[in-house]
Design a protein around this ligand. Sequence first.
Ligand SMILES: [Zn+2]
Length: 117
Amino acid sequence: MKPEQLEAAKERLLKMRREVIREVQKSQEAYKELGQDGVPDIGDMSSTSYSRDMLMNLSEGQRQLLRDIDAALERIASRDYGECITCGEEIAPRRMEVRPFSRYCVECKSEVERFGE
Ligand SMILES: [Zn+2]
């Protein structure tokens, strides 16, 4: 990958990272608010637990996303970015645009999904 492409990818990843962190902070605040409600009315119970589960799932997904973003930033630093970690082929630029933290080319990704990582 060309240095300017790496630079653009880095910008995009850092922007994504900031957005995820902002989302996490927002959901943490919402979570705290739910916790400060005290004992909910029986009628509200199910909706409250649903919201808590939803927030917890959300932050787990976000933690995974942050790990993926950080790993991609490391690959930029070591100049491995944009190459498939399995076969070493360059990952299609279109794919890197959609998912800038992709580690596999399309072919290897489908293998991974079929057989596990
Ligand atoms: Zn590959």
